[in-house]
Design a protein around this ligand. Structure first.
Ligand code: SF4
Length: 127
């Protein structure tokens, strides 16, 4: 059985042709073609067995002129958890001041993954 993916690890965007067999639990990769480097092979294997993504979104801030602070997961999380993770983050709130790099959620959905601020949210009235 063949599957086709575009590698998203760099701007080259190589078109990958993956051969393998679908088992009860996953797709067992036997060969990968079209990759310009070995990272494409690892990407294909991971994408077809346990795909993960870095989640980028925003969290509401109180006490700042900025209403939403951009955040991202510090590590990738399983792709099938993205919607649930978005719901958890959508309900979260934090208070100013927030500094870029602050951890706003320490253990997202029991994954051990932290959600960190990607920008400052200064307080409305600096001390
Ligand atoms: S296979 Fe290598 S060169 Fe091609 S897109 Fe992936 S990382 Fe980039």
């Amino acid at each position: 059985m063949k599957k086709y993916l575009t590698c998203i690890l760099c701007p080259m965007g190589c078109s990958l042709e993956i051969e393998g067999e679908q088992t009860d639990c996953c797709f067992e990769v036997s060969s990968v073609k079209g990759n310009s480097c070995n990272r494409g092979i690892e990407y294909a294997k991971k994408e077809l067995t346990a795909p993960t993504r870095t989640l980028t979104t925003t969290i509401a801030v109180t006490g700042s002129s900025i209403k939403l602070v951009p955040v991202k997961t510090a590590e990738e999380i399983p792709k099938d958890m993205l919607l649930t993770a978005m719901e958890v983050i959508r309900r979260a709130k934090c208070s100013a001041p927030v500094k870029c790099g602050d951890v706003l959620i320490f253990d997202l959905l029991g994954t051990g993954v932290r959600v960190v601020a990607c920008a400052d949210a200064p307080p409305l009235f600096p001390c």
